[in-house]
Structures are given as C-alpha cells and as structure tokens.
Design a protein around this ligand. Structure first.
Ligand code: SF4
Length: 164
C-alpha cells in the first residue's frame, strides 16, 4: 500500500521511549506557527513508498522498541499508517502517533480514525503552540500537547494521560 513520507529515521531516541523507528509522514494542513518541520507540509511533496518497505526496515533492526509516526500529519493517511501499526503491534512492539488534531476532534469522527487508534499505544495530540513551547516536556513540543493512553481512553470515554 502506498504511503507518502518525508523521511524515516531508524534509530530515534527523541520520539518516544526506547529506541524507535520514526516515520515522518508528508502532508500537513495545521500550519502551526513555529513548526520545526515545514518541509513536511506540502501534500504532494516527499516521496511515495510501499508500506512493506517500512515494515522490512523495521523488522531488520532487532534493537527497536517500537515505531513512531510523526509528520506532517499521520492521520491524513489513516489506511497505510494503520496497516503498518497493525503489523508492528501484532509482533509485540509499541506504537506512538503524533497528530495536530486534538483527541476530542478525533472522537467526533471516530469511524475515520479508529483504524489507526486501535493499534496506537500513545497518541501525542494537538497542534504545536509556539507560546507554550517548552524543553521540559517528555517527547512533546508545547505544553498544550498531551500524551494520551489510547486504549484506556477509548475504553473509558475520557482522556487518560500516559505517564512516561
Ligand atoms: S501538526 Fe506538526 S507538522 Fe503540522 S504544522 Fe503543526 S507542528 Fe508542523
């Protein structure tokens, strides 16, 4: 399945706990002021790869703890992101997804996003807000963004924060 990406980093320690593969999706419509990844915004930029290409790279590295989808906006490509997340999760690895959407917005259209959320352990939600930028936050850029325990939150119907 096709996936439009900006880049892949095979050994990230800044996009979640442990050693991770980070896939930077191409395409974002949030236009956060001060975004540190503006080259990922163009919807037809980046390059197209097959989801199997990402999975082959992932499973080649026995040291990885999990995969992170960043961007760009991963939830603009829910089908291929879900396919990769499912395959990785079924082998016992964890999945983190960054999104510029807030959790409450995703819940309004759960049908569109459930296919990704059901294979996601931690969702970092919300846009980057420059005035709330902080270097003291675990794996987040601004203090409005939350690390959400997805399975607990889906089960309870309320946001449950994830403690790193
Ligand atoms: S959601 Fe992320 S990639 Fe998109 S504009 Fe905001 S900070 Fe940049």
């Amino acid at each position: 399945m096709d996936l439009r990406i900006s880049d892949v980093i095979c050994d990230s320690i800044v996009d979640g706990p442990g050693l991770r593969m980070t896939v930077f999706l191409q395409g974002c419509t949030h236009n956060c002021k001060g975004c540190h990844n503006p080259s990922t915004h163009k919807l037809d930029g980046g390059r197209i790869v097959d989801t199997d290409y990402i999975l082959e790279m992932f499973f080649k590295n026995p040291l990885l703890d999990g995969i992170t989808f960043s961007g760009g906006e991963p939830l603009l490509q829910p089908k291929p992101v879900s396919a990769i997340a499912k395959a990785v999760k079924e082998k016992g690895f964890n999945v983190i997804v960054y999104t510029g959407f807030v959790w409450e917005k995703l819940m309004e259209d759960l049908n569109s996003f459930e296919k990704v959320l059901k294979y996601t352990d931690i969702l970092i939600d919300g846009p980057f807000i420059e005035s709330l930028k902080s270097y003291d936050l675990d794996f987040r850029g601004s203090s409005n963004q939350r690390a959400i325990d997805v399975s607990k939150s889906l089960l309870s119907g309320a946001v449950n924060l994830y403690e790193f």
